[in-house]
Design a protein. Structure first.
Ligand SMILES: [Zn+2]
Lengths: 477, 489
């Protein structure tokens, strides 16, 4: 039987507000353990939460970008369960009235566009982190993360393949970064993705029993986990068994999912409205202000790159994939570089260096101004494109100014015709054979002679002038 | 004069400080002497801050000497229910689970009182986590009624009521979730006010039921009540539910005039549940209002019968979550020898909480459970809205509502401990007020034949504390009697 997979995603994102969602503590949870804490986020007796307005605005911004309806009236609820990383033993979250609901996001796959429905996006607080040290009988709890604002984004079960899930997550992360609401760092847990996966015979309506795969550290991990679950669930069904509704973990090393907790033992969270907080009311005026302050979003920016910079759709897509790269590209152009070479240098040479050194663009020493300056040196003939590649490596390593590098290393292109004519004469004299070949019509020999010219100039000969002089010299032989 | 300074009200003390007749140090030491003399019998205080109070009093002496008191309560000795967080001393809610717990911060009301110069002399006994109507649920001690030591002082703020009634300090603060200020005020013969929900910040009040809890004062008269309300009322950025409603000068409401007021008597409150003697006291009080020119009408609060049931669903549901944090992980009691995290939770809570607290946590957990939520919690919320509407409707016809505060005067210690439901009925006249969020004040309206105080409850519109204070002040001026001193025997 042929099966199709049905996937819904739940994504938790930590929002980069300055202070935590219900107190004034810093959201920097990398500080030494239990230093960004106060009576409120520690759940001391007598404290009360106060909702961070910045979190409401960030959530509304995300909701609008995801084409959601923004609730005029929503509320916070208590989700009750006991765990040492939960200071109050309830999490303040949103249950039946999320701030954002009924939206959608488009993904592109193999040239077709598809809408993924967004069920809801709601506000909640992150938990602390339990710290277990091997060989120590007691565990510790670091409450720095407790109360960091968390946004949960839930999709409809609209995803039909692991690739679609990957594409959805990539687009979502891109969007969140464009909105500047989160660094979306999966390794540090500021973005966490869970997939609800079920399969059903192609052509049927009814959903199969789903499993929930949690704690996956990368998007490609999610993709692999879904593919693994498709095979596993199909095998279970084909052997006449039933899929167990449960939470499963992902073992990246072995490439398998494994059972963590079955739904039978799941909690009854006893949700009820949080009486310590007043309803969240976002009126039309506030929504409008947030809508008007939204930055340009990826789709719009890609289109603008095509229109304003005459870039090909593919190039515009690559450059706008991350906000950081798109910003960088525009800064290089603003600094005076032509869009086309700027795009090429960023997408090809700079990207290669970043990949090779496992560096993020944000940490790159090559400033937009210096890359523009380097492109300028090619344009005005100071250096060749070939030399420029070496200059870029030096810039990448040291962060120095390209002009300084070129001057110091004597990389200035030889455009002096007298000097190049002398070199041409020497090269022709030393290579009688190839010269004869050329004269006999073997165009290939010309390339060899150019190579000899470049060798003699240590690569600094201006390629165009070298070409002209060499042809000239050959015609006179 | 030091001898009986403890008998004075806050406004009398401040007048005496101003005129130089006495000093805060003398008043504070008078109160400390009084505590020393009577509290071994009363057991109102769970902690007395003698050295702290003496130091604070000396600083206050200097301010008065310079003619620059911090505020209208500078140098006034006050007491605080142990449910209020204080940096000074311990904050235990009279529960074993918080024994020895020190709060890292002062409750907003405490901060405001300190800024006004008031001098806390210690913490007061209460039912554990404010759950009870007799203060017998304290894990520390049983407080006695100053009018009859065999009787309870009411609860849950029994220590706060007994301390003011027995002149251990001029003013105390309590908390009221279903009557926990008004009912003990009635039992002990002092004035107690539960303000409108949101009038006073709850920050630093250890939560029992967040949507019902309000902090309020116990005083010897309406004048002091106005002074304290001036200090503790108003919006607090730390409490999202505190209302952004301007705070008037409540002392301006102290006029002996109710001729423009219509007084409503809810017919549902004057049934057989109300004892004959209490009924007569209330009727006499109503006559005082009538004689003073108020118009008296009958009103109806048709959903009164549902109040107790609704209350015990709402308050236990909220309490079950509010008390979840006492788990032995970060502070408070942690049972020894637990074999797992879950075992630590079980043992710490089983050993740390008294039976009434455990009963309410279990009840609250039950009504929120999947499958029961709609039948209990949700239905209770709907009924709560009806109860609130009852009051809205009634207040279209009248300005204040007069009722008994409690169906009976203080009962004997142990009389109702075996029957929780019987105990819950002590609050039948006060509970609806918390569900509706309106203000309610209890003021003494005489002594019964067995020499126990009776309380008149005055209810007002939301943020109508001024009218309540005017009615209370008028009644005080016109009732034609004083309770006199409790015998403390
Ligand atoms: Zn904090």
């Amino acid at each position: 039987m042929e099966y199709e997979v049905v996937v819904g995603m739940e994504v938790h994102v930590e929002i980069d507000t300055k202070s935590k969602v219900f107190c004034a503590c810093s959201t920097n949870f990398h500080a030494p353990p239990n230093t960004n804490v106060c009576p409120i986020c520690l759940g001391m007796p007598g404290v009360l939460p106060v909702l961070n307005r910045g979190m409401v605005e960030a959530t509304v911004a995300v909701g609008l970008a995801l084409n959601c309806t923004i609730s005029r009236w929503s509320k916070m609820d208590r989700k009750n369960y006991f765990y040492p990383d939960l200071a109050k033993n309830y999490q303040i979250s949103q249950y039946d009235l999320p701030l954002c609901h009924d939206g959608w996001m488009e993904i592109n796959l193999d040239g077709t566009t598809k809408r993924i429905g967004i069920t809801r996006a709601h506000m909640e607080e992150d938990t602390a982190r339990n710290v277990h040290t091997i060989g120590v009988a007691e565990s510790g709890v670091d409450f720095n993360r407790c109360g960091v604002p968390l946004l949960e984004i839930v999709t409809e079960p609209d995803i039909r393949s692991a690739q679609e899930a990957f594409e959805y997550l990539t687009r979502l992360k891109q969007l969140l970064q464009y909105l500047n609401v989160s660094d979306c760092n999966m390794e540090e847990g500021s973005l966490r993705a869970e997939a609800n996966i079920s399969i059903r015979p192609v052509g049927t309506e009814k959903f199969g029993v789903k499993t929930e795969v949690k704690n996956v550290a990368s998007f490609s991990g999610v993709q692999k986990a879904i593919d693994y679950e498709i095979v596993r669930q199909r095998q279970v069904l084909e052997e006449g068994g039933t899929v167990v509704q449960e939470t499963r973990g992902w073992d990246a090393a072995k490439g398998v999912t494994f059972s963590q907790r079955s739904k039978e033992s799941a909690h009854d969270y006893r949700y009820f409205p949080e009486p310590d907080l007043v309803p969240v009311i976002v009126d039309e005026a506030w929504e409008k202000r947030i809508r008007e302050s939204l930055p340009e979003l990826p789709r719009a920016r890609k289109q603008r790159f095509q229109d304003s910079y005459s870039l090909k759709p593919y190039d515009a897509g690559v450059l706008t994939a991350s906000k950081a790269m798109a910003d960088y590209f525009e800064a290089v152009v603003t600094a005076g570089a032509q869009p086309k070479p700027a795009a090429n240098w960023i997408m090809v040479e700079l990207q290669a260096l970043l990949t090779e050194h496992k560096q993020e663009l944000e940490d790159c020493k090559v400033t937009s101004a210096s890359l523009a300056a380097m492109i300028g040196l090619i344009d005005d003939g100071t250096i060749s494109g070939k030399i420029a590649k070496d200059v870029l490596i030096e810039m990448f390593d040291s962060g120095r100014d390209p002009k300084a590098i070129v001057t110091e290393k004597g990389l200035v292109q030889i455009s002096d015709t007298a000097e190049l004519e002398q070199i041409a004469r020497d090269v022709l004299a030393a290579n009688a054979g190839p010269v004869a070949d050329f004269k006999a019509g073997k165009e290939k020999a010309f390339g060899f002679l150019v190579g000899q010219m470049m060798k003699a100039t240590k690569g600094k000969g201006n390629p165009k002038i070298v070409n002209d002089i060499l042809r000239n010299a050959l015609s006179r032989v | 004069m030091t001898g009986t300074l403890y008998r004075l009200t806050a406004h009398e003390l401040c007048d005496a400080y101003k005129s130089g007749k006495t000093t805060p140090s003398q008043a504070v030491s008078s109160c400390l002497d009084r505590i020393n003399a009577v509290d071994s019998k009363l057991k109102a205080f769970v902690d007395v801050w003698k050295d702290y109070a003496v130091d604070q009093a000396q600083a206050s002496d200097d301010r008065w000497a310079k003619g620059a008191p911090k505020g209208p309560l500078d140098g006034v000795p006050i007491g605080l229910k142990d449910v209020l967080c204080t940096k000074q001393g311990f904050t235990t809610c009279c529960s074993k689970i918080l024994r020895g717990y020190r709060s890292p911060f002062d409750a907003t009301v405490v901060e405001r009182l300190l800024n006004a110069g008031a001098i806390p002399v210690g913490k007061l006994n209460m039912d554990e986590f404010a759950m009870g109507s007799s203060t017998e649920n304290s894990s520390v001690q049983v407080t006695r009624n100053p009018w009859n030591l065999r009787c309870v002082p009411g609860g849950s703020s029994g220590g706060s009521a007994a301390a003011v009634a027995a002149d251990e300090c001029a003013i105390t603060l309590g908390s009221d979730t279903g009557g926990s200020i008004r009912q003990p005020a009635a039992c002990c013969g002092c004035v107690g006010l539960k303000p409108t929900y949101g009038r006073v910040s709850r920050y630093g009040l250890v939560a029992f039921a967040s949507s019902l809890d309000q902090i309020g004062p116990f005083t010897k008269d309406a004048h002091d009540m106005a002074l304290v309300m001036n200090v503790i009322s108003g919006r607090d950025p730390h409490d999202a539910t505190s209302a952004d409603v301007p705070v008037p000068d409540y002392t301006k409401a102290l006029r002996a005039d109710v001729s423009d007021l219509t007084v409503g008597l809810p017919k549902e409150y004057f049934t057989d549940a109300l004892g004959q003697e209490m009924r007569e006291k209330i009727e006499a009080a109503v006559k005082v209002f009538e004689k003073s020119g108020a118009k008296v009408i009958e009103v109806s609060l048709p959903h009164t019968d549902y109040a107790v049931a609704v209350y015990y669903i709402v308050c236990t549901a909220e309490a079950s979550a509010n008390l979840a944090r006492f788990d032995g992980v970060r502070y408070g009691y942690r049972a020894p020898n637990a074999v797992s995290v879950e075992d630590m939770y079980h043992r710490s809570k089983s050993e740390g909480y008294g039976p009434e607290v455990q009963r309410r946590i279990m009840l609250g957990t039950y009504v929120l459970s999947s499958g029961y939520y709609d039948a209990y919690y949700l239905k209770a919320q709907k009924a709560r809205a009806l109860i609130r509407r009852d009051f809205t409707n009634a207040f279209q016809k009248c300005d204040v509502i007069l009722t008994p505060t409690a169906p009976t005067p203080a009962f004997e210690i142990g009389a109702k401990t075996a029957d929780p439901l019987e105990m819950y009925l002590s609050d039948i006249y006060t509970i609806s007020v918390n569900l509706a969020g309106i203000p309610g004040l209890s003021i003494p309206c005489g002594l019964t034949a067995s020499k126990l105080p009776a309380g008149l409850q005055i209810l007002g519109k939301p943020f109508g504390e001024e009218t309540l204070l005017r009615a209370a002040y008028t009644y005080e001026q016109k009732r034609g009697f004083t309770l006199g001193q409790p015998p403390i025997s």
